[in-house]
Design a protein. Structure first.
Length: 372
């Protein structure tokens, strides 16, 4: 049957805490909308086992289930006095998250009004026994997904540990290798170090259904160059050939979620980068791209980069910063040894990701089956 949220649950926003007042190492998380906690606080105003819905910001409409006591901020709704199984309601709402996000209003700071949330309707099973059975199925899938995600974290930690073992902290350069600027170790082509085209060169009206792919942050942040469907035709591609990608190129995101990195393997679609990306074609006799990836993503370098980004509300990395970045240059043989290790470990990672993808597909199928 179809129900309105206001008919089966009550909901309220929490109380705001200034970001400067948050306490590192405090006991309770502070959730103020968004997908992840904004920090820690020394008290809680909502009990464990609570459904939350982000009220404002770019993620408003995001549905979460918090398993621990927490402090809820003013940009987050929490649900209580629920008629039925809390976890069942969570899965029912999570299945409709894209619809919830369409409730948002406002331009600069989108939000979801309480009245609109109350009128939100969705499929709801009233039988408590059936609710419990459905929750068990989803919980089993979620637990398996969690275990695989933890396995991926362990794999990534293994690679980072090997990097430190072989090369040490990159900024400390304990082995005293020669230090080179990025601009000094790229390939000889004038297009080896380049950010995407600005201005009228790449307007939305140039996009077509198929042709040469336009790569952006979507591919780099997801770590998957196969996603995305922006293309330009051959005529526009020839005009923008200076921004074309080749095998082994390193792509770096420049705006917002900056500093993410993707190495182009041999089966990518030919195409160009958009203005939010930078591409590097290294001199392969000097730099292995896999070594550079883990150098660039090291914690010490991330901290140094964060101190050099520009922008007000949105951090921006740019070509001038990256080209003057100093990098210790171990012998190429050692870089290649590390790259071989990474490629072996990545075989295990691919197997885990394949299993994870199957579980995500199963989860979507169950949501369709029970909630439409």
């Amino acid at each position: 049957m179809k129900v309105k949220l206001k008919d089966i649950a009550e909901f309220s926003k929490g109380n705001q805490i200034n970001g400067s007042d948050l306490i590192d190492g405090a006991e309770y998380i502070y959730l103020n909308g968004g997908i992840n906690p904004s920090g820690k606080w020394n008290d809680y105003n909502v009990e464990a086992g609570t459904i939350t819905i982000s009220e404002g910001g770019n993620s408003c409409g995001y549905v979460n289930f918090i398993n621990e006591p927490f402090w809820c901020g003013a940009h987050c709704y929490y649900l209580y006095n629920i008629d039925g199984n809390e976890k069942y309601l969570y899965y029912a709402l999570k299945s409709q998250e894209s619809r919830l996000m369409r409730l948002r209003s406002g331009a600069c700071m989108p939000n979801i009004k309480k009245s609109d949330l109350g009128e939100f309707y969705f499929t709801y099973e009233n039988d408590l026994k059936k609710q419990e059975d459905i929750v068990k199925k989803f919980d089993n899938v979620e637990n398996c997904i969690f275990l695989l995600q933890e396995e991926l974290k362990k794999i990534e930690l293994l690679i980072k540990s090997r990097f430190i073992e072989m090369f040490g902290d990159p900024l400390a350069n304990p082995f005293k290798w020669n230090v080179k600027l990025i601009e000094d170790v790229v390939a000889s082509s004038k297009n080896s170090l380049k950010s995407g085209p600005f201005g009228s060169a790449l307007k939305k009206e140039y996009y077509v259904k198929s042709g040469y792919k336009v790569y952006g942050q979507e591919q780099v942040i997801s770590g998957n160059f196969k996603v995305g469907n922006y293309y330009i035709d051959e005529k526009r591609y020839k005009i923008l050939e200076n921004y074309a990608i080749q095998e082994g190129d390193v792509l770096i995101s420049l705006v917002g979620t900056y500093g993410k990195l993707l190495i182009m393997s041999d089966n990518f679609e030919p195409g160009i980068i958009n203005p939010r990306l930078l591409k590097i074609t290294f001199d392969k006799s000097k730099v292995n791209s896999i070594y550079f990836k883990y150098y660039f993503e090291s914690e010490s370098l991330k901290k140094a980069l964060s101190e050099n980004t520009h922008g007000g509300t949105m951090a921006i990395l740019n070509l001038s910063i990256v080209r003057k970045l100093a990098m210790p240059l171990p012998p190429l043989e050692l870089q290649n040894q590390f790259a071989d290790f990474v490629q072996q470990v990545n075989k295990s990672e691919l197997a885990v990701k394949a299993s994870l993808e199957k579980l995500e597909t199963l989860k979507k199928s169950l949501m369709q089956q029970y909630f439409g």
